[in-house]
Design a protein around this ligand. Structure first.
Ligand code: ADP
Length: 484
């Protein structure tokens, strides 16, 4: 099965968020189960062709795109995803992609990605490579299903091609002016109030993808349901409900070569489920690294996060003082972002210098050490399409405390004393006192060593490898192919 995997970011070449991790890992896992995947990504200024040994495709020199409103040329480079045979094609058009950041607020932001979508079709045409599936991701490539059906349908190369749109975050939809309908090569009469490409007077790339893709996926089963509701759908819930049968939720995997406590080079002592006593060495190391006094019996709660409203720290603000007053607990916090959240953690550290250790900034090594050394990990997110840190925590024997939504609901099962199941603690009502009660519940169970150990072991036994997810994506491709 030939898969054209089009994406605006891909690890290790370019990353701003989780889409890059999926793009770097899923194609490799698909290749291992027999799919022939080619990845397509823009050649941003930040991607150095030397660093990745990319090869200039001289046979595609100066390919021309004749979109209806503009003419552009581009070159193509290619390479491979590390440790694999998966080919990656880079669309090289400095006029569009040599900007100071991956995404911009420039006037031509929509045009940049329309161009990229055209370029991906062109490369496939020039190589006479038939995709069984076009797998596009988020708004930047979500015009491809409509373009396959209405702009490139004259080309027999795309006969029988089905399309899949993956939504990684519905909060970003790519809404631009009506004139871009023409640039994308789509019929102008698709644009009318409530029509297939229109949303509140603008041309919505994401909506167009939702309407025209043969199947739609998002990054966890619960988020797949949530985006079909007004609370989480960001205005697209209605149109998604009309496609309800075709919306699949497939949990992201994690990179278990990078996030593996038995191999991790960043941590003080490697460990696994059979040597949990070594977790204490990591606990002592991280507590001291964060400038706090170490006491073995004091539970440590880790936080690693982008400080954005989405992440739910507004819930912690009114109750942290109360938790610290009544309970023996320490926090180790790593993150950066919105000022009011940084201010809150700075205040907490100043008020409780021996209870709250903070690092404001980005630090990958410290993120590994916090996962390895903490007893619990806090993620009170308001919404979370999938979430990675709770899966890393489970792998590292660190018990997650989460808001029961999105991917958090799919990966963390609440512990209950009576049935002796569960790998963490979760709460449903999004309110500060419920968060506090859940943390207090976890702190109480922590002192029951037998129960705690069982929770940790259940978490560490879980399998979050990409192999699982790739098998479900393959089923999704077969489902989509069955519709054309
Ligand atoms: P999101 O993609 O919404 O930021 P995820 O939980 O899906 O949230 O992924 C966050 C990723 O970024 C994790 O790998 C996490 O360890 C990492 N991360 C977030 N903030 C920091 C930071 N300040 N320093 C190091 N790593 C961070």
């Amino acid at each position: 099965m030939n898969i054209c995997f089009a994406t605006s970011e891909c690890v290790p070449f370019v990353k701003t968020g989780g889409l890059a991790d999926v793009s770097g890992a899923l194609p490799k896992a698909l290749a291992q189960i027999g799919c022939n995947v080619k990845v397509f990504v823009p050649l941003y200024q930040s991607i150095h062709t030397d660093k990745y040994d990319l090869i200039f495709a001289s046979d595609l020199y100066n390919t021309q795109i004749d979109a209806d409103t503009y003419h552009r040329h581009f070159n193509t480079w290619y390479g491979k995803l590390p440790d694999s045979d998966v080919e990656v094609y880079f669309v090289d058009c400095p006029g569009y992609f040599h900007r100071s950041s991956t995404y911009t607020n420039d006037m031509d932001e929509g045009e940049r990605f329309i161009f990229f979508n055209h370029a991906v079709f062109s490369i496939m045409q020039r190589y006479n490579w038939h995709p069984d599936i076009i797998h596009c991701n988020d708004w930047q490539t979500s015009l491809m299903p409509a373009m396959a059906k209405h702009r490139y349908n004259w080309d027999s190369l795309f006969q029988g091609t089905a399309s899949v749109l993956s939504i990684h975050n519905i909060g970003y939809q790519g809404r631009y002016g009506q004139h871009y309908v023409h640039s994308a090569g789509l019929p102008q009469d698709f644009f009318y109030p409530g029509g297939p490409v229109e949303y509140h007077g603008s041309f919505s790339f994401m909506k167009t993808g939702v309407v025209f893709a043969d199947a739609i996926s998002t990054v966890s089963p619960t988020y797949a349901q949530e985006i079909q509701t007004p609370s989480f759908g960001e205005g697209l819930d209605g149109i998604l409900r009309t496609r309800s049968q075709d919306v699949w939720g497939i949990l992201n995997g994690i990179d278990t070569t990078d996030w593996n406590p038995s191999l991790d080079p960043h941590i003080a002592s490697t460990f696994d489920a059979s040597s949990l006593e070594k977790k204490l060495i990591n606990k002592k190391a991280v507590v001291e690294e964060m400038g706090l006094p170490y006491r073995e019996e004091t539970p440590v709660i880790g936080i690693i996060s982008r400080f954005a409203n989405q992440k739910g720290f507004d819930l912690l603000k009114p109750v942290l003082e109360n938790i610290l007053y009544h309970h023996d607990v320490q926090f180790v916090v790593l993150g950066s972002g919105e000022q009011h959240i940084e201010d809150f953690f700075n205040w907490a550290h100043t008020a409780h210098p021996d209870r709250v250790g903070i690092y404001i900034g980005y630090n990958n090594g410290l993120a590994h050490r916090i996962e390895a050394g903490s007893d619990m990990f806090l993620m009170p997110s308001a919404y979370e399409p999938c979430g990675l840190n709770q899966m890393y925590s489970l792998n590292y024997g660190t018990v997650p405390i989460v808001h029961k939504i999105g991917g958090l609901a799919d990966t963390v099962q609440d512990y209950h004393e009576h049935h002796g199941k569960g790998n963490g603690f979760s709460f449903y009502e999004f309110s500060p006192h419920v968060l506090r009660d859940t943390i207090v519940r976890a702190l109480a169970v922590y002192h029951d060593k037998e129960a705690w150990n069982a929770i940790v072991q259940r978490g560490m036994a879980q399998d979050f490898t990409w192999e699982n997810s790739a098998n479900i994506y393959k089923e999704l491709y077969e489902y989509a192919a069955g519709k054309v």
